[in-house]
Design a protein around this ligand. Sequence first.
Ligand code: KIV
Ligand code: ZN
Length: 439
Amino acid sequence: HTKYRPFQPVAIENRTWPDQEITSAPLWSSVDLRDGNQALVEPMTVEQKKEFFKLLVDVGFKEIEVGFPAASQLDFDFVRWLVEEDQVPDDVYIQVLTQARPELIERTYESLKGAKKAIVHVYNSTSTTQREQVFRLDKEGIKNIAVNGALCVKEHAEKNPGTEWVFQYSPESFTGTETDYAVEVCDAVIDVWQPTPDNKCIINLPATVEVATPNRFADQIEYFCRNVKKRDSIIVSLHTHNDRGCGVAAAELGLMAGADRIEGTLLGNGERTGNMDVVTMAMNMYSQGVDPKLQLGDMDRIVSVVQSCTQLPVHPRHPYAGELVFTAFSGSHQDAIKKCLANQTSDKPWDVAYLPIDPMDVGRSYQEVIRVNSQSGKGGVAFALEQEYGLALPRWLQVELSPIVQQFSEKDGGVIESADMKRLFEENFMTGSTPYALG
Ligand code: KIV
Ligand code: ZN
């Protein structure tokens, strides 16, 4: 059909990324408090922002986009609170977003007065759609907006030497921009900022809207990395959204294609279908033996803070974080998990069927791995009783108890708790105080 224009791929010869693995953590930047926040039905209150900021620091982000202070008084006040109340650890950069407009850049610097370290993130849109229909400017006109914004950012920084400044530029809607033109615009910004290997700037390439398969995005990134000037003096950053459901995949392939840094949110909140989910990407790395350099060991706290600050529920099947992602109900899965867990020792690599990672690594317990309902078999019942009560039932007793439990669960219509299983065991197999089954 012809309604939608097909994506125009960029040609890459001798592509490098398909053979690459991700071998080390990228630089991470959280955009929860900005991109995540701007997508909420009810934006976060200052109190919620404070709580979320604390979580981000605890998780280990060293770069945190805290808002768009020139566009929102609440964001302005929040930045002032962070600075004046000395809430930002010495090794953390607060990042703020601004459009490439002089009055907004001026206000942005006002919000940052006295900050120790800050990333000033300036953007303008460069795509064909926005050039033609929103700004009605040609390529030169759009490039001038970027260059003037970059000049203005630099001038303000020079007037405020007390802060350690990092400059960041985003050609917004990069994925809808001719890739060679995106390079041209970024080169012009780089000419203004004159970064060096010891004083780098960040060039952030957003999939503002995800419009193509992740390999095509990675082609754009590879082309960009090969052609942009002063590659050794810039940090190439990715900012993917999830319109096609592939935000994480695009970020992963983009990293393999040469990027250094990733922006995203915890559990994927953000405009429309969300930003790329840092939890999923970091845990994907972790499960492949790569240290993501983020602390995700208390997943319940992450889920709870994100839910309470965004008012968005986390899906029970959300990778690594959902309530049900380490749970097996089916008898054959339970049986396999039980056998593998019995063989698993701390000196061996994790090798348990149906569990891609050890649930304990994200603060979950084995109790919730095997849950019993009408689909479960004797293995699940035995596992639950052993885990919870230390009852090691012999096989014949497992065989006899299992249909009783199943019948109960069918009548009850749901998950059966260990306490009920124990009661059924006692009612059916214990005479007086003698557990005759266990002798
Ligand atoms: O998605 C996007 O393009 C953005 C930019 C402002 C970086 O959020
Ligand atoms: Zn975005």
